[in-house]
Design a protein around this ligand. Structure first.
Ligand code: BTN
Length: 282
């Protein structure tokens, strides 16, 4: 399946339904718009005429024809197979330097939601790929089942809005070569890992509830506990890895993460690198 990433749909001509998830949340998910088909849910949120009360708005779609992943890659899924949604946040109380805490928060909330709905233990690969355990011919392995794309707008060094886009492979995962990368031994889905069929909207509700709890705690200052929850789930620490950054590939041991989310990598010469963005391969 190939999609043009630049393909754009005029969302204002489409009519969403309101999904009654009936969440007992404070900020997140008071309105959940469900579309049949959009370009990218991140773009749908941008296309709304947003006002200050719109924090917590969720856009979910049954099909996405121009889904975007990190590092300029695409994100694909057949219609009605996976969970594809975006969340609008207005964390004006967080400094732009601490914005990565929201991605940490989304990673932790995703792990908790999958653990609750699919009875699986979930982990994170730095910076925020959600990994699930699978049995392979060569033994147990961890494979990616979800990804997070967060996009931030600033105004005078204050966060104006953050759009948190999340794709979870629920009943389908890519195989073969996608965007020039062979994903056959890289990706999985929640259903494959759990050996059961998980309801996509139950998973969405669990995620939004968990996100809401952590978001309110973070707003009240619980930065350390969120950082520790994220760090404890990282499979990357202690591993020998290659990190692909926008400039070059660096091989070394993933020694630690710092509180703003950077990866501290000790290379084969013994030099320590502080990496803020990249793809890790073990
Ligand atoms: C990654 O590359 O790991 C991040 C993938 C994020 C995909 C989701 S699907 C819903 C939302 N809309 C998009 O266009 N991308 C995100």
């Amino acid at each position: 399946m190939t999609y043009a990433h630049s393909k754009r749909i005029n969302h204002t001509t489409l009519h969403p339904t309101i999904l009654p998830l009936n969440l007992a949340t404070t900020v997140i998910g008071h309105t959940v718009y469900q579309y049949e088909r959009v370009g990218s849910t991140n773009d749908v949120i941008k296309d709304y005429d947003l006002d200050d009360n719109a924090e917590g708005l969720v856009v979910v779609t049954e099909e996405q024809v121009a889904g975007r992943g990190r590092s300029g890659r695409g994100w694909i899924a057949p219609p009605k197979s996976n969970l594809l949604f975006s969340l609008l946040l207005r964390p004006t109380w967080l400094s732009p330097q601490q914005a990565f805490m929201l991605t940490m928060l989304a990673g932790v909330a995703l792990c908790e939601a999958i653990e609750q709905t699919a009875s699986l233990s979930a982990a994170l690969k730095w910076p925020n790929d959600l990994m699930l355990p699978v049995a392979t011919a060569s033994g147990p392995a961890l494979r990616k089942a979800a990804g997070i794309l967060s996009e931030m707008d600033l105004s005078n060094d204050v966060i104006k809005r953050v759009i948190m886009g999340i794709g979870v492979n629920v009943s389908w995962s890519p195989t073969g070569v996608v965007d020039g990368r062979d994903l056959s031994h890289v990706a999985t889905s929640v259903n494959a890992a759990a050996a059961q069929s998980v309801d996509r909207y139950a998973l969405l509700g669990a995620f939004l509830t968990s996100f809401d709890t952590h978001y309110i705690a973070l707003r009240q200052g619980a930065k350390d506990s969120l950082f520790q929850s994220w760090r404890n789930r990282l499979t990357t620490l202690g591993q020998t890895v290659t990190v692909k950054t926008s400039r070059r590939d660096i091989e070394g041991v993933a020694e630690e993460v710092d509180s703003d989310g950077s990866l501290l990598l000790r290379d084969t010469q013994g030099d320590l690198h502080t990496i803020t963005a990249g793809d890790v391969n073990a």
